[in-house]
Design a protein around this ligand. Structure first.
Ligand code: NDP
Length: 282
């Protein structure tokens, strides 16, 4: 592993695949904005090699890591101390190497999504009826922060219903939270529908009822890319008034990780606009 410039603070994102990650560009922009001299790398880690890669990175001078698919559960297990929201999600996307030798783990995905919805998409969650499709790693990170906004109802629908039920069971005591399969969605109407499945990643459309959006509803896909995802294309044809991909969530979760590492909260608006401008040119 390369040694960083002596005065530079070293950070990275680890995942597989991670080559096309936008995190290095985002963190460099934040650092420039805040006058912090840092180096931020993207490190592709072999399956089964996560813990060894983290220890090697730390030994080479690394101070913190973002963790993406498929290592968020391993990052949770590796952390010595965990934030309340990481414990709630049982998954970690941010590691900080503390001066006392401990590894601190946090999960900024959910707060990143909520910030993107409420601020960037101007869609408050309080009192709303919300559907989250999917019950994988990403859904685990977003359920707690969504519930904290005081929603009227949060329904988790998943292809494999048992996984949606397991997720709901992790948040016992929330009467507004429920689980179901896609076939039980026929009578549901929602203010906000969030696709957290990997279906868009595979270019697949979901089999959903065509009248699930109330007037003015927002459809949100955690996935992002140059073109509108299949879910967002479908949603805009079936009554969603607004659609948004997950690029804003990516930038907002990165801002929260930046705050954990550097104690500074960067401005996100210009960074998000610059990423969108690059995407529209590609
Ligand atoms: P997981 O592999 O943990 O979960 C995948 C989920 O998608 C499961 O609920 C699975 O259902 C469902 N699924 C997969 N394929 C299909 C399909 N063809 N039809 C219906 N359901 C399907 O993935 P993650 O939760 O970690 O990630 C999900 C997405 O979120 C990815 O696209 C990822 O890039 C994105 N993401 C974006 C972030 C951002 O910052 N914008 C942050 C984190 C994730 P089942 O249980 O039945 O298999």
């Amino acid at each position: 592993m390369q040694t960083p410039h002596a005065s530079r603070k070293l950070y990275a994102v680890m995942g597989n695949p991670v080559r096309h990650s936008k995190s290095p560009a985002i963190h460099r922009s934040f650092a420039e904005q805040c006058g912090i001299d840092l180096e931020y790398r993207a490190i592709e880690v072999e399956l089964g090699g996560f813990a060894a890669a983290v220890h090697a990175f730390r030994a080479s001078g690394g101070r913190g890591l973002n963790v993406t698919v498929p290592f968020k559960l391993e990052a949770y297990a590796l952390a010595d101390r965990r934030s309340a929201r990481a414990q709630q999600a049982r998954a970690v996307n941010t590691l900080k190497f503390e001066t006392d030798g401990a590894i601190y783990g946090d999960n900024t995905d959910g707060i990143g999504l909520v910030h993107d919805l409420v601020v960037n998409c101007a869609t408050p969650l309080a009192g709303r009826h919300i559907l989250v499709i999917g019950a994988g790693g990403a859904a685990r990170g977003i359920v707690g922060p969504i519930l904290e906004e005081g929603v009227a109802r949060l329904l988790i629908a998943n292809r494999t219903v048992s996984k949606a039920r397991e997720l709901v069971a992790m948040f016992a005591g929330h009467a507004e939270l429920d689980a179901c399969g896609f076939d039980a969605l026929a009578d549901g109407r929602f203010d906000i529908v969030i696709n957290s499945t990997a279906a868009s990643l595979q270019g697949e459309a979901l089999q959903l009822p065509p009248d699930m959006f109330v007037p003015g509803a927002l459809a949100y896909d955690l996935m992002y890319g140059e073109a509108l995802t299949p879910f967002l294309q479908w949603a805009s044809k079936h009554g969603a008034a607004k659609v948004s991909d997950g690029l804003g969530m990516l930038v907002e979760q990165a801002a929260e990780s930046f705050f954990i590492w550097h104690g500074r909260r960067p401005q996100t608006e210009a960074v998000l606009a610059a990423l969108r401008a690059v995407d529209s040119k590609e």
